[in-house]
Design a binder for this molecule. Structure first.
Ligand SMILES: C[S@@+](CC[C@H](N)C(=O)[O-])C[C@H]1O[C@@H](n2cnc3c(N)ncnc32)[C@H](O)[C@@H]1O
Length: 368
């Protein structure tokens, strides 16, 4: 195995999560546990010098793009999940006075009436996940949003509505699955929705600048030219974003099958039995994770015109085997002509089957 450059910087690791963004205006319009914080973007930009354009092939809720907009840098993003796409879109638009007036008049005319639309979800009936009054209020708001003609306003309000599901429901996101806990405290849906929209209105003019170009599609087979890439792909942890944000997805589309459709387009972050021949020779003994790395290889192929790329990744323990995602990704990238440096940001201790493992999360820095 070749020697890779590995350095440690625990200052950056605390920004690999959404936690520091929870109080940041606009960044926090939608809670996405898997997002990183804008400090990661700043860190990458410091390493790359002057940057003309940025691409995020797994943009999530648009942290990279929003920070780029704040800094006056043009950016492009992709994601397959419509909830993530909606959050990125709404957070990165510029809003004009007449649009904000329209949002206000929607709030003023909001009523709670018997909804006529139906909401179905793949994993459980949504009505089980809410106190009855909240369920009715949420569907009623959803229905009233549906009648709006202006798509931009509609999306603004839809994001506000989706963002209040966690606090108005009994649902607990536990790892990759949704659980219903009827003892969980819930807030009155209409109240939290109104509060949320008012806060979004207040913050809607804070970040102005060139709007990024964003696409609701998979990045696995799309080549993109940008100066620098800053991203965090799904971790190798068997978790589907379509499932974790499934309740939000099904309310957005009012279509039970949407979760399955989105799941089918996600990067293979699942372990598999089948082997594929696309790994470097030293890693073909890891067939169970080969799909993940063959998808990642495609992603790297698609961005090879960029002069630098940054990937926040997490290593994994699978069947008692330590999968060094940061090293495998670096090797694949080096085979394509990048020079890789692994910047270890944090090390988590996890106990699996009685064994204590130290598993790191790193920023893989690739440059030409
Ligand atoms: C770790 S999150 C990215 C979070 C992002 N850095 C942020 O701050 O919001 C990974 C994202 O990859 C998306 N994703 C999964 N498969 C994808 C694919 N094939 N193409 C594009 N995006 C995909 C998921 O929907 C998820 O939003």
């Amino acid at each position: 195995m070749r020697r890779l450059r590995i350095i440690y910087d625990y200052n950056i690791g605390k920004y690999f999560t959404f936690q520091p963004s929870k109080k940041k205006p606009v960044y926090n319009w939608f809670y996405y546990k898997e997002a990183f914080s804008p400090e990661v973007v700043d860190y990458c930009l410091n390493l790359s010098g002057g940057v003309e354009s940025i691409y995020d092939p797994f943009m999530g809720i648009g942290t990279t793009l929003l920070r780029a907009k704040e800094l006056g840098i043009y950016s492009i993003g992709r994601d397959v999940n419509p909830v993530a796409f909606l959050a990125s879109y709404v957070k990165t638009r510029n809003y004009f006075d007449d649009e904000i007036e329209e949002v206000k008049s929607f709030l003023n005319s909001l009523r709670t009436e018997e909804p006529s639309i139906k909401w179905r979800f793949e994993f459980f009936p949504p009505e089980r996940a809410f106190p009855p009054r909240n369920f009715k209020e949420i569907l009623s708001i959803r229905e009233q949003i549906e009648y709006l003609k202006n798509e931009k306003i509609k999306n603004f309000l839809l994001l506000a509505l989706l963002s209040v599901l966690p606090m108005s429901s009994y649902v607990v996101k536990d790892g990759g699955v949704l659980k219903i806990n009827k003892r969980k405290r819930t807030a009155k849906a209409v109240d939290v929705f109104k509060r949320k929209v008012k806060r979004m209105i207040r913050e809607s003019s804070l970040i102005r600048g060139k709007e990024p170009d964003i696409y609701l599609e998979s990045s696995i087979n799309k080549a993109e030219k940008a100066d620098v890439v800053i991203t965090s792909p799904p971790y190798l942890n068997n978790v589907s974003y379509a499932n974790v944000y499934g309740l939000e997805l099904s309310l957005l589309f009012l279509d039970e099958s949407i979760t399955k459709k989105v799941r089918g387009m996600e990067l293979n972050s699942f372990i598999k039995k089948k082997t594929t021949p696309q790994l470097p020779d030293s890693f073909t003994h890891l067939p169970i994770v080969s799909n993940y790395f063959s998808d990642m290889r495609n992603v790297l192929e698609n961005i090879k015109a960029s002069r630098a790329a940054f990937f926040v990744v997490g290593n994994a323990i699978i069947n008692n085997e330590h999968i060094l995602v940061d090293e495998i990704l670096s090797e694949i990238a080096e085979d394509m002509g990048f020079e890789a440096t692994i910047i270890v940001g944090l090390v988590r201790k996890t106990r699996i089957n009685g064994f204590l493992h130290k598993v790191r999360e790193s920023l893989v820095y690739l440059k030409k």
